[in-house]
Design a protein around this ligand. Structure first.
Ligand code: 9MR
Length: 389
């Protein structure tokens, strides 16, 4: 068959059209797959960290009651474990003899169950936020060792027993060690003696044999205090207590502790055969002028203007510095992720953080990953990038 010139021209046009169409299709497919990678790229903390550790937040009353819609959506998107910031503290849950206040605790348990989040119990035995009546009889006289132990047992059986199977782990004893490594001379210690800690672990284990039990403290990155906490955990284990984990609260400053201190602390506790949990993470960006790096709620500082320098907002340079600080801490957590089972932030957004009220009332602090309007900060991106790297 002979092709005319006009036929050849016709086929050329057809072929060119087909090539153009093919080219267009290729472009469209790659555009589509490109936009797919952008939308499916993980930006939720809990998804990004799912192969490493649980990631959580402490919730205040409004958040537990779902009255704070901004925080509520952040919590549901980013966290797979929650801790009540205050609702389980003795003064809240058991304010008077024979009076238990379970409304808020029940609500957070239900909130966690509804949203597939793991509930953590904070806190059972603490020197702080425990009403005075706990240590005394009805005449105001201090209780005997036996009577106070009985009171602890009743409290633990009631509270831990009520949430048996619903709370994965409990901060059984909080902040029992002093900066110098000795045991704190709390009322518990003075009335019962140092085995109040062992007894609390034993009662909690009896009340819920499957719950994980933790010792939780701040500043245990400091060597003396760390040594004290290590000794405590070793002694408890030697006496047969079930201690599943140690919580480093993680109330950090911009320059304390160093990444190296955090790393060696995690390793030191992991070597004891317990899980390490970062239980109350936040980073204080404000100046402080106290020597020891405490998160002791009883510590107060005089209000001075120079101690509240970011009233109008955090400058970009500080946002970046905070992002870098978070990045270096998360690198340490990720390098030790075999030992760390959970990282919990102490709050959701900067707006409601306790660091706006401590150690001076009414400062503007910026310790978390989400700003006062719930927008992710540079620090949030830095944390995401730490794991992607
Ligand atoms: O963030 C908590 C704040 O709202 C309370 O007023 C305060 C006293 O109950 O406790 C704060 O949380 C503390 C936690 O329970 C134990 N570690 C130190 C935390 C900060 O003080």
């Amino acid at each position: 068959m002979q092709l005319h010139k006009s036929d050849i021209k016709y086929f050329k046009v057809i072929i060119t059209k087909k090539i153009c169409l093919l080219f267009l299709a290729v472009v469209m497919i790659s555009l589509a797959s490109c936009s797919e990678t952008t939308t499916t790229e993980k930006t939720s903390l809990k998804e990004v960290f799912e192969d490493h550790f649980l990631i959580g937040a402490a919730l205040n009353s409004d958040q537990i009651l779902e009255k704070d819609s901004v925080a509520n959506s952040i919590i549901k998107t980013h966290f797979n474990t929650i801790t009540a910031e205050n609702a389980f503290k003795w003064e809240r849950i058991h304010p008077e003899p024979n009076v238990y206040n379970f409304e808020l605790p029940d609500k957070i348990i239900a909130y966690g169950e509804k949203n597939n989040m793991i509930n953590i119990g904070h806190v059972i035995i603490w020197h702080s936020q425990t009403p005075d009546w706990v240590y005394k009889d009805s005449n105001g006289k201090f209780l005997s060792r036996e009577a106070l132990l009985e009171r602890i047992k009743e409290h633990i059986f009631t509270v831990v027993g009520r949430y048996k199977g619903k709370i994965k782990g409990w901060d059984v004893v909080n902040e029992a060690v002093e900066e110098d490594g000795s045991l704190r001379q709390s009322e518990w210690m003075k009335i019962i003696g140092e085995d109040y800690i062992l007894k609390a672990f034993e009662f909690a284990h009896e009340a819920d044999p499957d719950a994980e039990l933790y010792y939780n403290d701040f500043s245990i990155e400091n060597e003396l205090k760390r040594n004290g906490a290590i000794k405590l955990v070793k002694d408890l284990k030697a006496k047969g207590a079930k201690v599943d984990g140690v919580g480093l609260q993680g109330h950090y400053k911009m320059d304390w502790p160093t990444a190296g201190q955090v790393d060696s602390t995690i390793k030191a506790f992991a070597d004891l055969g317990v899980k390490v949990l970062i239980t109350e993470l936040d980073i204080d960006v404000l100046p402080y002028d106290f020597g020891n790096y405490t998160a002791d709620i009883n510590y107060k500082l005089e209000d001075r203007a120079e101690l509240n320098p970011f009233k109008e907002g955090l400058p970009d340079s500080m946002q970046q510095a905070l992002a870098d600080r978070y990045s270096s801490l998360f690198k340490v957590f990720l390098n030790n992720s075999g030992s760390i089972s959970r990282v919990t932030f102490w709050g959701v957004t900067d707006r409601e953080s306790w660091l706006n009220y401590w150690p001076i009332m009414g400062r503007s602090n910026y310790p978390l990953l989400f700003d006062r309007n719930g927008k992710p900060k540079k620090a949030f991106d830095a944390v995401l990038r730490a794991v992607k790297r």
